[in-house]
Design a protein around this ligand. Structure first.
Ligand SMILES: [Zn+2]
Ligand SMILES: [Zn+2]
Length: 546
């Protein structure tokens, strides 16, 4: 009997293909030719790495479905019938007149795309595509509405809008009921082109919608309504469904089986569940299975421009790989993913361990755990690759700070070969990549503890900080080092013996050595550090303690 995978995406895929009944009713799930995974975004707003999580996780489920041997599709919608809400700094002031207009209908301020929205969408997808395995089929909601894709869904929804009001009211307090004139359809004003300003007055028997264009107050500014009173035909698609209906229509149209949502959608009465009930009771298709996840937080704080802690994808790619972000997001779904730049080496170590297990270089006692690690590593990959045999990130951080700026890649490789950290079987491209990333990390994010600069001369200031016994032991160390080639262990033993012989604590000996080499009382593990710097250079420096 085959063991069931413990990996969350495999479990979800299994659940999706074996569904029998609707969630809210007893209706039978129809036989599906293929299983559709959907991700979505509103493309305006700051694109930080947190916003990649949805698509990366959907990609995992998409692959899990395909690995079950069923047909699957991965789609992405730009939820773009969305009004411009404020004028970002880089946009001309004159764009204030577009506040309240759908972003698809606003010209591109940079002039390189058809619209403001196209510009942002192109930038968004270019980034997202670097982090996912397969290309998604992308759809623009503005286009789909205009093409009539949603005509029949809109008709059914408008006919049943009272049911939809009832569904929502179940979750609303007694004093917070939706008004009877709540409209699931929001037209775009035929006169001024704004969407935020239209108030629906009446949904007529014939399915037409009467509206009035009125001022709308945002927190900081007002979208001016033009005062027009009009009649809109929703079937023409010049507007949008409200989110608590639109999602249901999207699921029904593309036969979506699953979609990602932040954990705030888990609570009863959220737009996710409301849409679930709408699709099952009104559009008669099973609701999508949710992929609920925690949001990424940085050093315990939510990412925000005002906090100044926003991590852009390009920041990530300067110091880490797309695979590592996939690894981070796929590891655990519902555990708070707090990330801190200082922990990047640990994340790399964790990833490397998974790689070793995946390629059978290391065994794990618990076989289920082993399978899980292999699967997580596999899902984190973008391309099929062999075992990289990479050096640890920490080690790369150390070496990259020892070598000269101009030749850092070649010089680092040379050191790694000389000290036996590279044996010649490794994937050199991966190693070089890691050295570059480690070097950037050391410059930008490394905590003070991991940063250093080799001092080629022991200054008199340092000398004055050293005790007589420290100087004596350091001199002895430089003599002993010169006598023969040593391994890291042999150097460690040497340090202990010298400290003992001089009558000081080993830690005081180390402190003296670090002061002499890097001007700080601490540094990377000394034996490994000495071999990386090169014995000759170390001896030359240490002789200077006088
Ligand atoms: Zn553009
Ligand atoms: Zn108007």
């Amino acid at each position: 009997m085959e063991e069931k995978s413990l990996f969350w995406a495999d479990q979800l895929a299994e659940k999706i293909v074996s569904r029998k009944k609707f969630h809210y009713t007893d209706e039978k799930v129809p036989k599906l030719e293929k299983f559709v995974v959907k991700s979505a975004a509103s493309v305006s707003g700051v694109l930080h790495i947190g916003r990649l999580s949805d698509t990366i996780r959907c990609d995992a489920v998409f692959r899990a479905l395909k690995d079950l041997g069923v047909k699957a599709d991965f789609i992405w919608t730009a939820d773009n019938v969305d009004p411009l809400r404020k004028i970002p700094k880089e946009i001309p002031k004159s764009y204030e007149k577009y506040i309240g207009v759908p972003v698809t209908d606003i010209p591109d301020p940079w002039g390189c795309h058809e619209s403001y929205e196209e510009h942002h969408k192109a930038a968004y997808l270019e980034v997202v595509n670097q982090f996912i395995h397969d290309r998604m089929k992308t759809y623009s909601m503005r286009e789909e509405y205009l093409k009539g894709t949603f005509r029949k869904h809109i008709e059914i929804i408008l006919k049943n809008y009272k049911t939809i009001v009832d569904i929502q009211n179940k979750y609303r307090g007694k004093d917070n009921k939706l008004r009877d004139d709540w409209s699931p359809w929001q037209p775009i004003c035929e006169k001024c082109g704004k969407i935020i300003t239209t108030r629906v007055i009446k949904i007529r028997e014939d399915g037409m919608v009467e509206y009035e264009c009125k001022d709308y107050d945002f927190k900081t500014m007002t979208a001016k309504g033009c005062g027009h009173k009009g009649i809109d035909d929703p079937k023409k698609g010049n507007g949008k469904l409200m989110y608590k209906s639109e999602l249901a229509a999207q699921w029904a149209n593309w036969k979506v089986c699953t979609e990602g949502f932040g954990k705030e959608y888990q609570v009863p009465g959220s737009a996710f569940w409301i849409n679930g009930e709408i699709i099952e009771r009104v559009l008669r298709f099973p609701m999508a299975e949710p992929i609920f996840y925690e949001h990424l937080i940085i050093d315990g704080e939510k990412m925000s421009a005002s906090m100044g802690n926003v991590v852009y994808p390009k920041d990530w790619l300067n110091v880490a790989t797309p695979e590592l972000l996939r690894f981070l997001y796929n590891k655990k779904l519902m555990k708070t993913r707090s990330f801190s730049w200082k922990d990047l080496p640990m994340l790399f170590d964790d990833y490397d361990n998974h790689e070793k297990v995946y390629f059978g270089k290391e065994n794990v006692e618990n076989k289920k755990e082993e399978e899980h690690m292999k699967r997580l590593f596999e899902i984190s990959q973008l391309k099929k690759k062999g075992y990289s045999g990479n050096v640890s990130f920490d080690y790369a951080v150390m070496v990259s700070q020892i070598v000269p700026e101009k030749t850092f890649l070649d010089s680092s490789i040379e050191i790694m070969k000389k000290t036996g950290h590279l044996k010649g079987t490794e994937d050199l491209d991966s190693v070089k990549m890691r050295i570059s990333l480690a070097r950037e990390w050391a410059k930008k994010y490394a905590p003070e503890r991991s940063r250093f600069e080799i001092r080629d001369k022991v200054t008199s200031e340092i000398k004055s900080k050293l005790t007589g016994k420290q100087k004596e032991s350091i001199k002895k160390f430089s003599e002993e080092l010169g006598k023969k080639d040593c391994t890291e262990e042999e150097i460690m033993d040497m340090c202990r013996e010298i400290a003992k012989g001089t009558g000081i604590e080993t830690k005081d000996f180390f402190q003296g050595a670090y002061l002499s080499l890097v001007g700080k009382e601490y540094g990377p593990r000394l034996p490994r550090f000495v071999l990386a710097i090169g014995k000759e250079r170390v001896i030359r420096i240490l002789k200077g303690v006088g």
